[in-house]
Write a protein that binds this ligand. Structure first.
Ligand SMILES: [Fe+2]
Ligand SMILES: [Fe+2]
Length: 259
């Protein structure tokens, strides 16, 4: 079996709170008797794309397990590249492919610089076509992107979801190797289907965004009380996807009072 941990929406913002929550999740993973093979972080790494916030992320996300990231709408492609990936600054999409045993993980950049909503642009579709052509013909593939490509009954996120989801759906439905789609952005653990495949949205380590039955703006939109959470994806020998969700207890302790 392959075990892939997914963290999302860490929103590093130079407060101790959000960094400590990620550190607690990383410590939980490091202490597991059977540790994950890979850790995926699906966007909104930082709260506002500042280089210092990526420096925080680089420290907190250190592991002796491979850690792969993709950007969300709160990120900045150039700063993410220079501060987190150690690459030259560029505003081109941050797409990446990774092999984990027989599994291929394709991390897609659905961010639109300066916009909260998402889109996979022409460069990313060209990259995806090439990556699918290069992936092993008989191995499973997971696609990961920040913006969910379908409504999730999340009043905040549904209006800034992925545009043109039909184009991605055609790719997902048309390739039998794709066993699932992983997203972030919704700050809630969510399971559904997309193009006939499992679609899993990881919770945020930072906060919970309410569903349509919970949200009453402006005061009841984002819940900061719940503990940080993550998704744990198992890919079995038959290449099917099973996901567990975990919260990591902070015990209510804060190193600084909430503002
Ligand atoms: Fe977020
Ligand atoms: Fe987001």
């Amino acid at each position: 079996m392959i075990l892939a941990a997914q963290l999302s929406d860490t929103h590093f913002d130079l407060t101790a709170r959000n960094a400590e929550r990620v550190e607690a999740v990383m410590a939980y993973l490091a202490d597991l008797p059977r540790r994950p093979d890979v850790i995926l972080v699906t966007g909104d790494i930082t709260d506002s794309g500042k280089p210092e916030q990526y420096a925080e992320a680089r420290l907190a996300l250190r592991a002796d397990i491979p850690v792969h990231v993709l950007p969300g709408n709160h990120d900045d492609r150039a700063a993410l590249r220079t501060e987190l990936l150690g690459e030259p600054a560029s505003t081109a999409p941050v797409n990446s492919a990774h092999r984990v045993g027989p599994l291929t993980v394709l991390m897609l950049d659905s961010s639109i610089p300066g916009e909260p909503s998402g889109l996979l642009d022409e460069d990313t579709y060209a990259w995806l076509r090439a990556a699918l052509a290069e992936a092993p013909p008989d191995g499973p593939i997971l696609l990961a992107l920040h913006h969910p490509p379908k409504p999730l009954f999340s009043p905040v996120v549904d209006v800034i979801a992925l545009a043109d989801p039909g184009r991605l759906a055609a790719v997902v439905a048309g390739d039998a190797r794709i066993i699932g789609v992983l997203t972030g952005h919704a700050h809630s653990p969510i399971a559904t289907t997309f193009a006939g495949k499992p679609m899993i949205t990881a919770p945020s380590t930072a906060s919970v965004l309410g569903g349509a039955w919970e949200v009453t703006p402006p005061h009841r939109v984002m819940d900061y009380a719940p503990d940080p959470a993550l998704a744990l994806h198992v890919i079995d020998d038959a290449y099917t996807l099973t996901t567990h969700f975990r919260t990591v207890a902070m015990g209510g302790w804060l190193s600084e009072p909430p503002t």
